[in-house]
Write a protein that binds this ligand. Structure first.
Ligand code: PMP
Length: 339
């Protein structure tokens, strides 16, 4: 078992709209905490990173990502969280008024970013079995199609054959968001980013790597694609401290990250079993969360909050209905969701 510091014990969650909760299972972060090398970097190098600017386009971070992902530096771009990389990619490849297509339900920030850039978000419902509607996505004619796999909030993964067909036929860029790939079995599509000219795969340090507060994300793709994203991105997107900690985590904490992910996955299946005993039907998940269809999810979520457990509430999700999304990590935290 990975030791974890129960930071929730002393620190009330900052939550302006809601009562603070002792246990927060709502945002799919690494509930075991931050990676071990972060402690050392903060203590030994922390202050030296404060007074001066970082290098403008994060060369050290790019080198660390390239080494980790097995690609050249020219294949890598980075941003202030993968949120930022996605936002920049939308602006890099689309003009105001253009369509961005994505399966529904998926990551809620995509339509938000689309609207902020005056793009037209076009949701394409997942099929009844929650697989991708490839023809529906292609029929939009979108020059950028976003696919999240494992998908937030369903936790389901895209089939390789479907994704490859989408990539082969898409008229423009296919952005594959793999924020949760570390928790999946065989769901890694980095090879498409390495070999196809129109695929950008985004990844993050916020989930399995335990560094959500630092806001570091990255993407891999063909050099020509990456160069376009960099133009839309602009310089100085990282703090020097964020860059230093992310570099050390990619170099030194991969084994720790994998152990956390393995335990989160084990506990996810344990929770799934427990919820089934309660008569619920969580969706099969390859991420560090479970989506649990629940009638009147808002009311149930509020009742859990009263008991100091915060989970994410969804109402009227396409093809699913009301549901709770429960983050997975150390069992002592997760067990609170079953009480
Ligand atoms: N993609 C997905 C699917 C996510 O769930 C999240 C975080 N909620 C992100 C991207 C963004 O993560 P970050 O900006 O912290 O890298």
């Amino acid at each position: 078992m990975i030791p974890f510091r129960d930071t929730y014990r002393d620190i009330p969650l900052y939550s302006p709209a809601r009562k603070p909760c002792r246990v927060d299972l709502s945002d799919n972060t690494n509930l075991f905490g931050a990676p071990p090398s972060a402690d050392r970097v903060l203590r030994e190098e922390g202050l030296q990173h404060l007074a001066r600017y970082p290098a403008s386009y994060a060369p050290e971070l790019k080198r660390a990502v390239a080494a980790y992902a097995g690609v050249a530096v020219e294949n890598v771009t980075t941003g202030c969280g993968s949120d930022d990389v996605i936002d920049c990619a939308l602006r890099a490849f689309l003009e105001p008024g253009d369509v961005v297509a994505f399966p529904d339900p998926t990551f809620v920030m995509v339509p938000l970013f689309a609207r902020l850039s005056a793009l037209r978000p076009v949701p394409v419902p997942l099929k009844e079995d929650l697989s991708l509607d490839v023809d529906g996505l292609l029929a939009t004619g979108a020059k950028l199609i976003y696919v999240c796999t494992p998908n937030n909030p369903t936790g389901t993964v895209a089939a390789r054959a479907a994704l490859e067909r989408l990539v082969d036929r898409a008229p423009g860029v296919v952005l594959i968001d793999q924020a949760y790939v570390e928790f999946s079995r065989g769901g890694d599509f980095m090879d498409l980013a390495r070999t196809r000219p129109n695929v950008l795969v985004t990844r993050t340090m916020s989930k399995a790597f335990g560094l959500a507060g630092l806001r570091v994300g990255w993407a891999v793709g063909a050099p020509a694609l990456v160069a376009e994203v960099e133009k839309a991105r602009g310089p100085y997107k990282h703090t020097a401290l964020g860059e230093a900690v992310a570099v050390s985590a990619l170099a030194e904490d991969v084994a720790w990250m994998e152990a956390c992910a393995a335990e989160a996955v084990e506990n996810r299946e344990r929770l799934r079993g427990g919820l089934k005993v309660l008569g619920l039907e969580p969706l099969p998940s390859e991420a560090n969360f479970l989506l649990v269809p629940v009638p009147e999810a808002r009311r149930v979520g509020e009742a859990m909050r009263e008991r100091n457990v915060n989970v994410r509430v969804f109402e009227g999700l396409a093809g699913v209905g009301d549901a709770l999304r429960i983050g997975c990590g150390p069992w002592p935290l997760m067990a609170t969701a079953l009480k």
